[in-house]
Design a binder for this molecule. Structure first.
Ligand SMILES: [Zn+2]
Length: 351
């Protein structure tokens, strides 16, 4: 009886087309996928296209072909020999911080779901920081800060601001995903309100800016980049409910948020290493290894090579180089032109 109920349930779940495809596959076992799909499409008007019928036939028969690859949600990364999968870690004096924060949402009274203007007196509670996570690039140790239940209920993030301020204060370069517009200004706001002075100056690398300017991924979300680049995605949040529970000060949820936050910086670090050769311009790592050798601006390695190609500015020519460690391209700063050659170079009139 139970078995029958389960079968009925499963049958209802399957679409009509799926059942038709299964029936045809059973009756015309010897027919090729395409011929059978054509037959199904011609004899049943529930199929919208021949392609759709073919998909159902392939699905039923468990056939995988180029079409499946084409329709896979995200293309898998290719592993050509030329792709730089594991660059070496170069010792530099740079302190590179990988950082991400999670904030509580604002709460407000609203009159609708769409395009709302929220006036100040409609705002019930402003945002605050729930957790932060950070690590020094390539090091194993992970640092984090998280509100206690009491602090979350009181919306008081002042205690956890100190730790992240200390790290930013000594960082030379800070890596984030959307940190230039979100994490860093949010932190600055809190620093100011907590009476902290600005951290000592640091340069930033924002992977969101990089993917927006250099690539055309279907989504620029970090999660999508992890899937596309084959980098690890550590912990999933389970959606907005987690933020709501943290807002209410539920300890287990705050713990999970911290775990999620830490997972995010590990994913961010992995994405950064993949994206690094495409970052233009990368903060110059050569300035952090001043040993008299030529150094790659992106990773600090001295394993550089040329292929005879030059880099042309509007009035000068330089030698182009590639870093054999991280894969980035750059150019030497000494001109390839002699003084007399340079004297004969005109510049095009801009107007
Ligand atoms: Zn390099």
């Amino acid at each position: 009886m139970l078995r029958l109920a389960i079968n009925l349930y499963n049958m209802r779940k399957k679409s009509q087309n799926r059942l038709i495809a299964e029936d045809y596959c059973e009756r015309f076992k010897d027919e090729k996928d395409y011929t059978l799909a054509k037959r199904i499409y011609e004899e049943n008007d529930t199929f919208t296209s021949l392609e759709q019928a073919r998909d159902y036939v392939r699905l039923t028969r468990g056939h995988r072909g180029d079409r499946d690859k084409k329709y896979a949600t995200v293309p898998k990364p290719l592993n050509f020999d030329t792709t730089n999968t594991k660059p070496k870690v170069v010792n530099t004096s740079a302190k590179v911080l990988v950082l991400d924060i999670e904030t509580a949402p604002m709460m407000a009274f609203v009159w609708g779901m769409w395009k709302q203007n929220v006036y100040l007196d409609q705002l019930v509670n402003d945002w605050f920081v729930l957790t932060w996570a950070a690590k020094w690039l390539f090091e194993d140790k992970v640092y984090s800060g998280k509100l206690t239940s009491k602090e979350a209920i009181n919306k008081d993030d002042s205690r956890i601001m100190k730790g992240i301020w200390e790290m930013l204060n000594v960082a030379d370069i800070v890596i984030t995903h959307n940190g230039d517009k979100f994490d860093l200004p949010k932190l600055n706001t809190r620093f100011l309100m907590c009476g902290l002075n600005p951290p000592m100056p640091y340069q930033t690398i924002d992977t969101l800016k990089i993917v927006k300017s250099q690539f055309k991924f279907s989504s620029n979300k970090q999660e999508f980049l992890n899937i596309s680049l084959g980098t690890d995605r550590k912990v999933d949040t389970g959606g907005f409910k987690l933020w709501e529970a943290c807002y209410k000060g539920e300890k287990a949820s705050l713990d999970l948020m911290e775990k999620y936050n830490i997972g995010d910086i590990l994913s961010l670090e992995a994405n950064y290493i993949k994206l690094r050769p495409y970052i233009k311009p990368h903060p110059n790592m050569g300035l952090f290894v001043l040993d008299g050798n030529e150094r790659c601006p992106s990773c600090g390695s001295n394993e550089l090579s040329e292929n005879g190609k030059d880099y042309h500015t509007t009035v000068n020519v330089f030698e182009a180089v590639r870093c054999n460690n991280c894969g980035a391209v750059g150019r030497r700063r000494k001109s390839k032109l002699t003084v007399s050659e340079r004297r004969n170079v005109l510049s095009s009139s801009p107007r």
